[in-house]
Design a binder for this molecule. Sequence first.
Ligand SMILES: [Zn+2]
Length: 503
Amino acid sequence: MFFLVKPKNRYLEIFAEGRSEGIITFPTYVPGSYVIRDLERHIVEIDGERLTKNKFRVKKRFRYLIYTASKDQREAISTNDYLFINPPAVFPFMDVYEEYCVKIDTQWRIMTSLRRVEDPQRGEVYCADNYHEFADSPIEASPFLREIQIDETHSISTIDDIDVEMLKKIVEEADKIIQPPKDRKYIFHFRRSDKNFGGIEHRYSSAIVVNWSRKDLATLFAHEYFHRLNVKELVPKDLKHNYENEVYTDLLWFAEGFTDYMALLITLRAKLIKPEEGLKTVLSALHDLTFPGAKRTSLAEASRIAWIKLYKRDENFLNSSVSYYEGGLALAFYLDSKLIRHGRRIDDVFSSLRNIKEYTFEDLDKIAKSLGFHELDLAYKPSYEIFKAIKDDLGIEVTDEGKPYYGLIIEGNTVKFIEDGSPADIAGLMPEDQIVAVDGVNRSLEVRDSVTLEIIREGRLKMIKLTAGKSPGHSLKVKIEGEIAEKVFGKSSVEGKYNTNVI
Ligand SMILES: [Zn+2]
């Protein structure tokens, strides 16, 4: 298929041409992001007969107009001086396994990892051999777009400023593990925005959009870049992309959580973060495993239900599920710290996995065992077990265990979270309750034996008596010494603590 794209303010007008007339399908989700986005809802005009929400019968040539004003790196935006397209958000497919080419009707600079072709009739077009490759190659254009070279094969495509030295160090450190093909170019699409979004990985590029206040970009870039190996080259066997339906895998804790841990290692090795900051990331992940959700959910289950839990995270998440990012990072850290004692590293897991490429849990478990780690089945146990294993292994102190607590998180005077079975739960507090007085006075809530709260719920004033109970323990403290401290954090002794925001 061929697409001629005419960028307009907030819209793209697209003239498409297929090999013949037939049925086109707009993807309902963006691979790599586990939620049905239904971006086909942005089509406002199309020459064709509508069959379903995302399918149309069209002639060989057809035109459509699509609304594109999203600041999300997984979607598309068109303004009078900037264009970013994540292809599945904009382009349909007819036959996945035919060539897809696009021409952007602009004089602006264009950056994409698609193959540039000089077509005798159409001029400069960008092509991929099939829709999978096409969908995995974002396109960015602007009169202000700059290509900043990191080295011969890596560059940054941006309209903003970026610390190139930081990225150079990440690429150097990561490539020792990734070992990418020497001749293939890779682009970091980077943009500042007013929203705190994040990144999405592609095989030969990544797209990162973050808010202006975010300074700590090293681990985010390292995470997206490491996906070049983990997810783009090494893929869970059951993660077969289907552009219309949910795809289930038990292994997102490895695809995402292990990537998070590798990003942490890469930034530590590149000395872009301090050992103490690295330890704090580990403790923060472990903190999340101390809640009821971690006692109820394994990482495998959390992966499988990403579609309805993590991507639809609500105020009860810490009671109902667990993040396969945080849990996966913790499990990767545990595996690495055990392997270090056998003279191996987590890096060896990835080099062994290269021989398999499309892997199952059994493959991962076999590799882990062959290197000396026999507990990977923790991924199928309630993820609190991972916390317990690491706590016992490294002597982590739970500093608030048994101390007086209410079991809630408050932001300003609004209740944001209530831990199941906690005093706040028993007292009858609800998320979004506004605390207007504590013992008759307008002041912030501190833990004491017993208090009377005046709260507003749905506009009604209520009195609630809250009595402190014993905390199950969420605040953590640890001192790590010797080989693990040295090899993971790059220091002979590293200390850290993580204080919970649950009171
Ligand atoms: Zn990721």
